[in-house]
Design a protein. Sequence first.
Length: 160
Amino acid sequence: MFPFQRVALGLLLVVVSLSLNACTAPDPQPEPALLPEAAADSIRAVLDAQVTAWNDGSLRGFMEGYLQSDSLRFASGGNVRKGWQAALDSYERGYPDRAAMGTLRFDSLDVRLLSPTWGLVFGRWHLQRAEDEPNGLFTLLLEKRPEGWRVVHDHTSSSD
């Protein structure tokens, strides 16, 4: 056998071996993923929990829907706050008691799954208070974390 024939035979054996392995190897099982509607429902559940906490007078409970990190970004009223604590502090200054908090509701929610770990929500917020009814729009970017879906970016505007 000539040297080039040995090389050709060796390459042929490698190709055949790889082909057989590809045909007989079991398919790797993908990680179970939420179906898009189930993920959207999970995101809606975070928002529902926030509304419930707000209406119970718990700003800290409301903030559980946000990523507790210095990387959280919250933009509203021409201001940008960085960090979970800064957002909580702002809420506590703006809503010092139950009367100021009023009753919150979200509607016109458009929940979109961008990937298995990222979601986008657009909606309207309304506060019903004794003296007024502030309202506006919001856009939230959520990330699926080990602890569940969390808001990592919030851009809220007021219609006032």
